[in-house]
Design a protein around this ligand. Structure first.
Ligand SMILES: Nc1ncnc2c1ncn2[C@@H]1O[C@H](COP(=O)(O)OP(=O)(O)OP(=O)(O)O)[C@@H](O)[C@H]1O
Length: 228
């Protein structure tokens, strides 16, 4: 069995504003396998969100090869990507992507349902994440950190194979981040998920199997000696 969830080779991606062309990814390569967590770090504007959007099918590369679950991006239609996002890829953006008209509990049930699953573990997930008491509240009645943990519960409830996360602990205080991070990594390892985590948090990055730095449009194995 091929364990690669993501294989990207020599990806190029540019934005066009009229005559101006902003080349963001310039020959980016990446492989992510099941059970592996990879942190992506890099300065503001280096292209981290662009990369997440490509891996999610929200953007298309201009050239290069991208395979997700062994399927070439050129063979994936918009509805194939939508199906992958519904059932196999969980995306955690900083603002939480919860449905505002549903309570936290209903968000979890709904998210699992989209993936074709019934879930009875919502309360357990919320308790493990330390937010059982907000299960009946709506997203706009939560703090940023509670919203982020509720989004994490929704992501786990859909039982994804791949998690793409943008600062998954960015809204949490230090103590809560210390509590939530192990749960995140336990879930990745227990369920042999792959995770690509964009983060500025060095402790979170250090828990990953590899740290890659996005620099000059490509990913480089991060060398702490070079950055000090
Ligand atoms: N829709 C767009 N049109 C034109 N340029 C864009 C667009 N989106 C992003 N860019 C530019 O592409 C570059 C990469 O942006 P991106 O958001 O991927 O960076 P980032 O590493 O995620 O930044 P940050 O850490 O600040 O969120 C930046 O120079 C940005 O200004």
């Amino acid at each position: 069995m091929n364990d690669a969830l993501i294989q990207a080779e020599n990806l190029y991606c540019a934005y066009r504003n009229g005559a101006e062309q902003i080349a963001v990814l310039r020959g980016l390569s990446l492989e992510l396998r099941r059970g592996e967590a990879v942190a992506v770090i890099g300065p503001s504007g280096s292209g981290k969100s662009t990369l997440l959007n490509l891996l999610n099918g929200l953007l298309l590369p201009d050239s290069g090869m991208l395979r997700v679950f062994g399927r070439a991006h050129s063979d994936l239609t918009d509805s194939d990507w939508a199906e992958l996002r519904r059932t196999r890829i969980a995306t955690l953006f900083q603002d939480g992507n919860l449905i505002p008209t549903l309570t936290v509990s209903r968000n979890i049930v709904f998210r699992a349902g989209l993936a074709g699953l019934e879930t009875h573990e919502g309360e357990v997930l919320l308790a493990r994440l330390g937010i059982a008491e907000v299960a009946h509240r709506y997203p706009d009645q939560l703090s940023g950190g509670q919203r982020q943990r509720a989004a994490l519960a929704c992501a786990f409830a859909m039982q994804p194979e791949l998690i793409l996360a943008d600062e998954p602990t960015g809204s949490l205080d230090y103590t809560t981040a210390q509590r939530v991070a192990p749960l995140f990594f336990d879930a990745i390892r227990e369920r042999a998920l792959g995770a690509l985590i964009v983060t500025h948090n060095p402790e979170l990055a250090q828990r990953c199997d590899r740290i890659l730095e996005l620099r000059e449009g490509a990913l480089h194995l991060w060398d702490s000696a070079l950055s000090s």
